[in-house]
Design a protein. Structure first.
Length: 268
């Protein structure tokens, strides 16, 4: 039976909710900027079964973590979670914005990062083009329609949920996005990190980039940029997956993760 220990992390202007389970080499899971940590609900037990200690948390305003009362750093929050768990260094596994944070930590505090697994990655400093459906998302935001905005965000990042023609899909991938509706209308208080792009060649952590073949072209561009600029990085594209790879192809993603993490000698 997998035992999950919940703990709180006090940070300036807020409190983060975190989970800790398993034993062995620590792995920190950082969710996307449109989900909460439940996006890892399949990944975490698989990693625990493979012999890893898994730590995950909800970023401010998402899931079980309250919105922030002040400006804050995603990098500082991730490191605060490791500190609260008593972990000097971990394997970082990030999805989307969580991948961007993982890269930022690898640059700012390389001694805290054992490996990087960047799933459907974002990247600090990347200049985003207009994304499909932007007019609908703007309109929903302007009328303070949180559920409508969340639905449009799900349409963008979880398009496979709409494959059967459902107007308001209720599968878990869409649900975990739509559950963040209140957060999407809140002011973004996280301070943007400096562009990581000029410093990608400084990253020393073994790096794996994983893409889905049904994700946005911008994410593919970021993934290829990371694979080209980070020394020794490898890139894998999985078929039949949109942005939420941990929910779409959990077994194939898990196999890649275990292989990648296992290539780094364990510390005593």
């Amino acid at each position: 039976m997998r035992v999950v220990t919940e703990f709180s992390v006090e940070v300036p202007g807020g409190r983060l909710h975190a989970d800790d389970t398993g034993t062995g080499e620590p792995v920190l899971l950082i969710h996307a900027g449109v989900t909460d940590s439940r996006v890892w609900d399949t990944t975490a037990p698989l990693l625990v079964a493979a012999g890893y200690r898994v730590i995950s948390f909800d970023t401010r305003g998402f899931g079980r973590s309250a919105p922030s009362a002040c400006r804050f750093s995603q990098v500082a929050d991730a490191l605060a979670v490791l500190d609260a768990a008593g972990v000097p260094a971990a394997h970082f596994v990030g999805l989307s914005h969580g991948a961007a944070t993982s890269v930022d930590v690898a640059i700012a505090a390389p001694d805290r990062v054992r490996t990087l697994t960047l799933v459907a990655p974002g990247l600090s400093g990347y200049e985003w083009p207009p994304l499909p459906g932007v007019e609908r998302r703007i309109a929903a935001g302007e009328r303070d329609d949180a559920p409508g905005l969340a639905l449009e965000i799900a349409r963008l990042w979880a398009p496979m949920s709409f494959d059967d023609g459902a107007a308001e899909p209720a599968d878990f991938a869409a649900m975990v996005i739509r559950a963040q509706a209140a957060a999407f209308l809140c002011e973004e208080l996280d301070v943007p990190e400096p562009s990581a792009i000029p410093r990608l060649d400084e990253i020393t952590a073994p790096t794996l980039v994983v893409l889905g073949d049904r994700d946005l072209a911008a994410i593919e561009q970021i993934g290829r940029l990371l694979a080209e600029r980070v020394p020794g990085a490898s890139l894998v594209t999985l078929t039949g997956a949109d942005h939420l790879l941990p929910l779409r192809v959990p077994d194939r993603l898990h196999a890649l993760l275990v292989d990648h993490l296992g290539r780094t000698p364990q510390r005593s």
